[in-house]
Write a new protein. Structure first.
Length: 460
């Protein structure tokens, strides 16, 4: 690898050691033996060079022409300098759950009454969800069948420090971000450990393979094949001012956008979404899959006897329930009372994707008290979730060419691909992962929203 020439100084001096769980206590994951500043700067330099050479880059917001002129105004995507320690047993558990969740989403999507009934109160208080449900209703009225169903999902988890359980944060069924950049970070970390692992006491083989990008492409290609029309239209729905320029020439209708009200500024966008749903093209996701991934449906599935409506295998039901965190509607007066008294133990979530929308801490109390005073249907737009307190690790983070240290927590996302043509399941696989790491002091965790960095796993 290249040697450093001019390198920005590492903030904070010597590398500090993070810790990982082992049984009921902790042990140091790495023993750096007092690694000096010069070695860290070499790793930083090589990481930045690797990112530039291998496309671990996004458009730079500070450059006016970025995103308008190809190759102009690029900056490395934010990433952790070294992989995050993660227990191998929980990694295997998360991977095993992916096909089960894929099948669950498909079965939930087919139950139109369940979707409409579960979201009926939310519809009254959330215009965006109401718009999605209206399209769903119109598809039911014309008896529109989605014989070929493609799902590219990501189920997000955190490892709870107190219970040592892997708990699900949410299930994403639309625009599951970073399959391309996420697998590049895994490649970067393996490359760095191949070169510096001897000095760090780390083995690159402990960073699991991450084929997310190639397997997503394979799923899309198989869906295109099932459509059985070589002249079929290719469409990729993106947001305006998209900065992530890689991997976006994808067949069928793939929604890289459409998950936030900002993507529907006028009735024209809603009419376009309706037109797509009415078409014979394969949608990823269909309106039913989109609704199946809402926070409210996630909360409904946690209720007693609801999973049994969609999953026959008792072992699969047990595996799903094991990863469920506490989830409640705001109809539960006892939970709302407890959340007002102890807001730090809960997260208040609206029906939104994309990061930066959740409510934490004392803001939970204020929001709940305000909703109680208003006495309207507005509370139906939210759910309450048990707050998960993951293990805190000391980590080196890279953003805008500068390396800095921070106490961090991480969130693991497992990608899943599902393709079905009528009664035939063509594909149902776990396909790679996304590891995001953020400062422990930060509540939100989106990479694009500026809260987190991309990371990979180091299995322990």
């Amino acid at each position: 690898m290249a040697q450093p020439s001019q390198v920005l100084p590492l903030q904070g001096g010597q590398v500090e050691v993070g810790e990982t769980q082992e049984g009921n206590g902790t042990r140091p994951l790495l023993d750096f033996h007092g690694i000096d500043q010069e070695l860290v700067e070499k790793i930083v330099y090589d990481a930045l060079v690797w990112s530039s050479l291998h496309g671990l880059v996004v458009g730079d917001k500070s450059v006016q022409r970025s995103g308008k002129v190809p190759g102009v105004g690029m900056v490395h995507a934010p990433f952790a300098l070294l992989p995050m320690p993660f227990p191998e047993s929980h990694w295997k558990q998360a991977c095993e759950l992916a096909p089960i969740f894929n099948e669950l989403v498909d079965r939930v999507s087919l139950d139109a009454k369940f979707l409409q009934d579960s979201l009926s109160r939310t519809k009254k208080s959330d215009a965006f969800t109401s718009g999605l449900l209206d399209i769903h209703s119109k598809m039911q009225e014309i008896n529109k069948k989605e014989d070929i169903r493609l799902g590219l999902h990501r189920s997000d988890y955190m490892l709870d420090e107190q219970t040592k359980l892997l708990l699900q944060i949410e299930m994403n069924t639309i625009s599951c971000s970073f399959p391309g950049l996420g697998c590049l970070v895994s490649d970067l970390h393996r490359s760095l450990l191949n070169h510096y692992g001897e000095f760090l006491g780390l083995d690159s083989k402990r960073v699991p393979n991450n084929p997310a990008a190639s397997q997503f492409v394979e799923a899309l290609a198989k869906a295109w094949t099932e459509y059985n029309n070589p002249r079929a239209v290719v469409m990729f729905v993106v947001q305006a001012d998209e900065r992530n320029m890689g991997g976006q020439a994808i067949a069928v209708v793939y929604f890289r956008a459409g998950y936030t009200p900002n993507d529907y500024p006028s009735e024209s966008e809603w009419r376009a979404r309706l037109l797509m749903e009415q078409s014979s093209a394969i949608k990823c996701p269909s309106i039913s899959y989109h609704l199946a991934g809402t926070k409210k449906i996630q909360q409904e599935l946690v209720k007693p006897n609801v999973l049994e409506r969609f999953v026959d295998n008792k072992d699969d039901i047990a595996k799903l329930r094991k990863c469920f965190a506490g989830l409640w509607s705001l109809d539960d007066s006892d939970i709302v009372k407890d959340a007002i008294e102890r807001p730090g133990l809960y997260v208040m979530k609206p029906q939104r994707e994309g990061g930066g929308n959740n409510i934490y801490g004392n803001d939970v109390r204020e929001a709940l008290v305000r909703l109680q005073k208003e006495g309207s249907e507005a509370d139906a737009a939210y759910i309450l979730m048990q707050r998960i307190f993951p293990i805190v690790s000391r980590t080196l983070l890279m953003r805008n060419g500068i390396c800095y240290k921070d106490d961090t927590v991480s969130e693991l996302g497992i990608y899943g691909a599902y393709l079905r043509n009528k009664e035939k399941v063509i594909l149902n696989d776990q396909c790679g992962y996304l590891m995001r790491t953020k400062a422990a002091s930060s509540d939100e965790g989106g990479v694009a929203a500026g809260f987190a960095v991309l990371d990979s796993l180091y299995l322990t």
